[in-house]
Ligand binder design. Structure first.
Ligand code: PDD
Length: 285
C-alpha cells in the first residue's frame, strides 16, 4: 500500500506530496511543527500537542489554515488511511509560498499545511530496555526555543555529532547547565530521590511528554524540582532519562562515555515509563 500524506486539503500518495520551492518553510524555516505519537491507532496526548501548536503559531503571528478541531480530524483520517497502528503523525504549517523571496510577511498568501505518518513501535523500542548514552554539545540555538519552529539546524548538527560518537541523543549545554536533548526533554533522579527537569521558559521547548510525566510523578508523591542541572550533577545522579512523543520515557545510562550509577536503566525510570505508557493508552483518542 502506498503511504498517504496530506497536503493543503488533499490526501495524496507520499511520492506526489509536494510544495513550492518558494514555500517559506523551505526558504526561511518560517514554520511550526508538531509530532504526536500513535498507539493502537489512536493519538497520544494530542490535545496537548494542538495547544502547543496554537501557542507556537501565535508567537510568530501565523494564522492556522484550519481550526484545531479540523486539524485533529485530518490527523485521524491520515492515521486511518495509512492503517497506522503504532508510530507518529508529523504535521507542519508554514507561512506559505509567495511569488518572490521576501523576508517580510507576504499578504494574501495561504499557509501551507502538510502531514505524514511514520511507523514506529515506541512501546517495544529496544533502546527503552538497554538505555542510551548521551553526548554533550554547546547549545547553539536561538533564544526562542519555546516555539516549536522548523528551524532545527542546531539540533541536526548536535544529533549528527552524537550519532557519530555512538550516542543516542545530544544534551545541549548553556552556561554550564543542560538545557534539553536535541529532540527531547532531560530529567535526572537525584541521590535523595528528587526528580529534576529544567523549568519551562524561552530556553527550552515545553515538552508535552515532560508535562505529563511531571504530573504523573507528582500524583504519585514523587518530589519534582523544575530547575536547571549541570552535567556534574547528572553524573552524580541515581538515574537519568529523556522524554519525547517519539520515545515516551527513555533511560539515559551514560554521558560522554561516563556511566551514571551502575550504567543500567534505573528502576524509577522504568516505573515512570510504565506509568506513562498506561496513561498514553488510557487517554489516546
Ligand atoms: N521533538 N525538546 C525538543 C528540542 C524537542 O524537539 C522535543 C520533541 C522535545 C520533547 O517534546 P514532546 O514531549 O512534546 O515531544 C523537547 C520531536 C519529537 C521531534 O522533533 O521529532
Amino acid at each position: 500500500m502506498d503511504q498517504i500524506a496530506y497536503v493543503n486539503g488533499s490526501f495524496v500518495p507520499l511520492a506526489e506530496a509536494k510544495v513550492s520551492i518558494l514555500d517559506r518553510g523551505f526558504l526561511f524555516a518560517d514554520g511550526i511543527y508538531e509530532v504526536a505519537a500513535v498507539l493502537d491507532g489512536r493519538l497520544v496526548d494530542n490535545a496537548s500537542h494542538l495547544a502547543r501548536l496554537k501557542r507556537s503559531v501565535g508567537e510568530i503571528s501565523l494564522a492556522l489554515p484550519e481550526t484545531l478541531e479540523r486539524i485533529a480530524e485530518i490527523q485521524k483520517e491520515l492515521v486511518a488511511r495509512n492503517q497506522l497502528v503504532n508510530g507518529m503523525v508529523y504535521l507542519e504549517v508554514t507561512r506559505g509560498a509567495d511569488k518572490v523571496r521576501d523576508f517580510a510577511f507576504p499578504k494574501g498568501i495561504a499557509p501551507t499545511l502538510i502531514m505524514f505518518t511514520t511507523v514506529k513501535d515506541i512501546v517495544n523500542a529496544p533502546s527503552a530496555k538497554t538505555g542510551i548514552g548521551v553526548m554533550t554539545v554547546p547549545d547553539l540555538r536561538w533564544t526562542r526555543r519555546d516555539i516549536k519552529s522548523v528551524a532545527l539546524l542546531a539540533q541536526v548538527l548536535a544529533k549528527q555529532a552524537a550519532a557519530e560518537a555512538g550516542a543516542g541523543e545530544a544534551w545541549m549545554i548553556e552556561d554550564g547547565k543542560v538545557t534539553e536533548g536535541g529532540s527531547s526533554s532531560a530529567f535526572i533522579l537525584t541521590r535523595d530521590d528528587v526528580l529534576v527537569t529544567r523549568q519551562n521558559g524561552s530556553e527550552i521547548l515545553p515538552g508535552c511528554t515532560r508535562k505529563a510525566v511531571v504530573a504523573l510523578a507528582e500524583e504519585r508523591q514523587l518530589r519534582v524540582e523544575e530547575r536547571a542541572f549541570s552535567v556534574e550533577e547528572a553524573l552524580a545522579a541515581k538515574e537519568a532519562f529523556i522524554t519525547s512523543a517519539t520515545l515516551f520515557v527513555q533511560p539515559v545510562i551514560s554521558i560522554d562515555g561516563k556511566m551514571i550509577a551502575n550504567g543500567k536503566p534505573g528502576p524509577m525510570t522504568n516505573r515512570l515509563r510504565e506509568i506513562y505508557v498506561d496513561f498514553a493508552r488510557a487517554t489516546a483518542v
